[in-house]
Write a protein that binds this ligand. Structure first.
Ligand SMILES: Nc1ncnc2c1ncn2[C@@H]1O[C@H](COP(=O)(O)OP(=O)(O)OP(=O)(O)O)[C@@H](O)[C@H]1O
Ligand SMILES: [Mg+2]
Length: 497
């Protein structure tokens, strides 16, 4: 066996009330793709942040080429050749794509700034092309979809001359096509002897790309799988310590009945063909499409974030004008947004406050919010969704990524929605929690809710949808009934075929 490139030994890390890592080991060989899997809150990101210089371990040693190293900050990690692509995007929104890729490393320049910008853009282009990031290097990051922002993060890591690239959920907002392209990039990097640590909750990806899998559970090593041992069931067993039966949970008992929400000729941009859409009580409708196809825009239009410029929306036959989310909420239409950190959560507030926020008016008696009822509601949601937090008083930003997603979902369940729009509901959510969310969706549909589920995860679309709508270039490209749905059929419509 070749000498390990990177080794972590006996790593401990605690946060107030949480032992995030206890005596964790990790070894990385040159030119290998090591997948790290584990449930939400298992400690994956924390371990990676330690390797990437974001956090310092309470105890433990890190060896590079067999030599102990101190990694006290991000710059030091980068100098050692370790770069971390964050799970939660870490970009300067007010800078353009090229500026982000080379942030902090602009060449010293005596000439005019205009020429400097041009040179950075020229350097950015080949990296962007390699990743299929097909926008201009001078596009503002704030104007990009989440998926594209994720590609900018990856481009930034590629532009650094690294020996170890840690990807924490790199594909969580990428489509299948972009994911495939990333696989190719990863294989190239391997050829160059670069090692990749790959974190993903999409176990199928792990089966495709990983040379070895290491599993964390509750902040400890739970086991390892060699290449020929990697399969879905083996990973799940190590992650959750038990077998998971029945992953997708669509019981499909309730035949879709009366229309709850109808859109006729609706569009958020003038001059585009309008969207017609009907959601019926009791059904789960999948909304598929490539990144940038307009799925999130459609959801935002329904929720009043983005006003419709043409068309008509009715909810239970009543015309609805949505000028703001308040209008949508009053009509019982709720959105669980894609970007939970900026839209779904009040990060600085507690789990309890986040969960009870939309229900405050119902928790009041004589104008006063009952602390007891607020607490009870939050406790109920934490149990129902199995949210891993030391207490309901924990600040939301300190939860692991997947647990934050559950809080966003839990927020709306305290109310009684009629229509629930879920934009990438299981992004970054572990297998166990996915199963819980699917079961919950099934239950809600059975109670008569109409669910519109936007997802880039084709497996999820296939597993959960009663029918599938596919978007392409800002409008609906087609609809597939349950018995017509297949990956090929979706991709064909999504690519304009
Ligand atoms: N800065 C912090 N302050 C307090 N607690 C934290 C902090 N960062 C992480 N934690 C806690 O440490 C534990 C491990 O979190 P971590 O983010 O490493 O999990 P993860 O395996 O990456 O999960 P996910 O799959 O949801 O991203 C969790 O209980 C989390 O709430
Ligand atoms: Mg994480």
């Amino acid at each position: 066996m070749t000498e390990s490139l990177l080794q972590a030994r006996g790593i401990f890390k605690s946060f107030p009330g949480v032992q995030a890592l206890a005596d964790v080991e990790l070894t990385l060989q040159p030119g290998e793709v090591l997948a790290v899997v584990g449930e939400n809150g298992a400690g994956k990101s924390t371990l990676m942040k330690i390797l990437g210089g974001v956090y310092t371990a309470d105890a433990g040693t890190i060896l590079l080429d067999g030599q102990p190293v101190e990694i006290s900050d991000v710059d030091e990690a980068q100098q050692l050749g370790i770069v971390l692509i964050h799970q939660e995007l870490n970009l300067a929104e007010n800078l353009d794509v090229a500026g982000n890729i080379f942030l902090g490393r602009e060449p010293t320049w005596g000439g005019p700034v205009r020429l400097l910008r041009r040179s950075i853009r020229a350097d950015a282009e080949p990296i962007m092309r390699r990743l299929g990031l097909d926008c201009s290097p001078s596009t503002l990051v704030a104007d990009l979809s989440i998926g594209r922002q994720q590609l900018v993060e990856i481009a930034r890591a590629l532009s650094l001359k690294s020996r170890v690239i840690i990807m924490d959920e790199p594909t969580s907002s990428l489509t299948q096509r972009e994911t495939d392209r990333l696989y190719r990039v990863i294989r190239d990097l391997k050829q160059d002897g670069i090692s990749i640590v790959y974190i993903s909750h999409r176990l199928k990806e792990v089966e495709v790309i990983a040379d070895r899998v290491t599993v964390l559970r509750d902040g400890r090593n739970a086991g390892e799988l060699a290449k020929n041992e990697i399969n879905h069931a083996a990973m799940v067993r190590l992650m959750v310590g038990r077998e998971l039966k029945q992953f997708f949970q669509r019981s499909r008992t309730t035949p879709a009945s009366k229309p709850v929400l109808e859109m006729r000729g609706v569009h958020w941009e003038a001059g585009k063909p309008g969207v017609d859409l009907t959601l019926r009580a009791g059904e789960i409708v999948g909304l598929a499409g490539l990144i940038g196809a307009g799925r999130t825009e459609l959801a935002e239009t329904l929720f009043g974030i983005r006003p419709a410029v043409v068309g008509k929306i009715t909810v239970e036959a009543q015309p609805l004008t949505v000028r703001s989310p308040a209008d949508a909420i009053n009509a019982g239409v709720y959105l669980v947004p894609e970007d939970r950190r900026s839209q779904g959560l009040v990060l600085a507030e507690s789990v309890r406050n986040n969960l009870s926020l939309p229900s405050l008016s119902r928790l009041q008696t004589a104008g006063l919010v009952s602390a007891g009822r607020e607490r009870a509601l939050a406790e109920r949601m934490v149990n129902r969704l199995n949210i891993r937090t030391p207490s309901i008083r924990q600040i939301a930003s300190l939860l692991s990524g997947g647990n934050q997603q559950k809080v966003v979902l839990g927020k709306w369940l305290g109310r009684n929605p009629r229509v629930l729009i879920l934009d990438e509901p299981t992004r970054g959510v572990d297998v166990g929690a996915k199963t819980e969310i699917y079961a919950l969706m099934d239950e809600l549909a059975a109670q008569g809710l109409a669910i519109l589920m936007i997802s880039s995860d084709l497996e999820e679309i296939l597993g959960m949808s009663d029918r599938v709508l596919v978007m392409h270039e800002g409008t609906l490209a087609g609809e597939l009934a349950r018995d017509e749905v297949s990956e090929e059929a979706i991709m064909k419509l999504a690519t304009g075929g």
